[in-house]
Design a protein around this ligand. Structure first.
Ligand code: MG
Length: 456
């Protein structure tokens, strides 16, 4: 386990600030966030956005706040969050991404990016929030006001960095179907795969903040058109992104959705096979990843839930001398440390091309070769989440447990995780077991404990 612990934040959740535009998320709020960020950090700040209709308004609010506090601003336009993170590490002193990731179209949000390309950590975010709440901004006088400047071909840097990570023509002869979901990956993923030599077909490939083809969260239902395209075109696989393209999910050659823990395990197997080491992931990630890592002479370190905890743990473990080769979450958000320390959907799509090329097998064959686990995901509505978790820690104190995030109970080859959501009044239960029977027993046990403690 790592020493990473969550710190309570008021405005920022696990992935920045998010809300319904005009209600929770206003230009005023974005202005304040940018003024606070500009008060804390100086220099050249890259600003980007996803394709949401409110993006342009909010970008201007962010620019105003940064310029007023003396920052230089570079408008990077519409681009995936990982593209902005890459550019910040490469050429800026910080970044502001206007995005609500997978939320519906009426939402928007802000992610703050540090000079190393990672999202701002908890301790710094709490300082940022304090500046916002106390309104202790430090605007600069008239003769030191910030300026907007331009930087050409920004997306090319990101696209080329990914393409250059693979041997030339890795995708030659391979057809891939891409569904960027009308989001910013319309500008990147098809280009990346084409530059790798793939023949690329797209669905929902035109930028549109109303998301006419499907919602920004990739789901089995939403990816039906992609699945049809994969099957009818004979593509090797289909790939789809969430609304800011830090995540990628896959459709196999038979049109079936690849469960994200299995996706994680497939990529992990590929990376560990080439270069064994340590993988970093939250406690909620399926055991299939650890099983695959062990088979390839690698191991796994677990963190609290949230990609930022994974990214920061990866960096601190490297500083401690550990060989960290890969990280990510069981939702299609994968982190390739040789490329950068954040989830990257474009890099994930490109890596799947390399996996298919090297394995010589179909994607469904590769998925079938993975260790099989029984997973149950359940949730219960309650406003007493944290108190229930505390009660469960007492109740299960005689068993082997882990408290990195919520309570994880180990029984033989199986485990159950009970967590209170940080954003909704719910408790989540995840079971990862070696058989249906063990999964059901553990699930019923944990569910009835949660219910019992919710009533008392
Ligand atoms: Mg996202």
């Amino acid at each position: 386990m790592t020493s990473q612990k969550k710190i309570e934040k008021k405005l920022f959740g696990t992935n920045g600030v998010r809300g319904v535009v005009g209600k929770d998320l206003t230009p005023d709020l974005v202005l304040s966030i940018a003024e606070a960020f500009g008060t804390m950090r100086k220099g050249r700040i890259g600003i980007g956005r996803d394709t949401r209709t409110s993006g342009e308004t909010l970008v201007h609010a962010a620019k105003a706040g940064l310029l007023a506090t003396g920052c230089e601003v570079v408008d990077c336009g519409i681009l995936p969050t990982p593209a902005l993170q890459y550019l910040v590490r490469e050429q800026f002193d910080g970044g502001v991404m206007i995005t609500a990731s997978h939320n519906p179209p009426e939402y928007n949000g802000v992610k703050i990016i540090e000079p190393d390309g990672t999202e701002m950590g908890d301790a710094e975010t709490v300082k940022l929030e304090q500046i916002i709440f106390s309104r202790t901004f430090t605007p600069v006088p008239w003769d030191r006001a910030g300026k907007e400047s331009y930087s050409p071909n920004l997306l090319e840097h990101y696209i080329n960095a990914i393409v250059d990570s693979f041997p030339p023509d890795t995708g030659a002869g391979m057809t891939v179907a891409v569904d960027p979901g009308s989001g910013p990956a319309c500008l990147t993923t098809a280009r990346i795969l084409t530059d790798m030599g793939c023949h690329v077909l797209t669905v929902n490939g035109v930028i549109d903040g109303t998301f006419p083809g499907r919602m920004p969260e990739p789901t089995v239902e939403g990816l039906r058109n992609l699945a049809d395209l994969v099957v009818s075109s004979g593509a090797a696989f289909g790939v789809a992104h969430d609304g800011d393209a830090d995540r990628a999910v896959f459709i196999d050659e038979m049109g079936r959705y690849v469960e994200e823990n299995q996706e994680f395990a497939l990529v992990a197997r590929h990376i560990c096979h080439e270069n064994p080491g340590t993988i970093v992931t939250p406690v909620s990630t399926g055991q299939v990843v650890e099983r695959v890592a062990q088979l390839e002479g690698s191991d796994v370190v677990y963190t609290p839930v949230g990609s930022i905890y994974v990214a920061r743990a990866m960096r601190s473990l490297i500083d401690q001398g550990r060989k960290i080769i890969f990280g990510g979450e069981g939702n299609g958000g994968l982190i390739f440390p040789a490329h950068q320390f954040c989830r990257d959907g474009g890099m994930t799509a490109a890596t799947m091309v390399a996996i298919q090329k090297e394995s010589g097998k179909t994607l469904s064959e590769n998925v079938n070769l993975l260790p099989q686990r029984k997973i149950i995901k359940d949730k219960l509505t309650t406003t007493r989440g944290l108190r229930i978790i505390e009660a469960l820690k007492n109740e299960y104190s005689q068993e082997k447990t882990d408290q990195t995030d919520g309570l994880k109970i180990f029984r033989g080859d199986s485990w159950g995780l009970v967590r209170a959501s940080g954003t909704e009044p719910i408790i989540r239960i995840i079971i990862d077991a070696d058989s249906d029977a063990n999964a059901n027993t553990l699930h019923q046990d944990l569910r009835s404990s949660v219910q019992k403690n919710n009533e008392t």
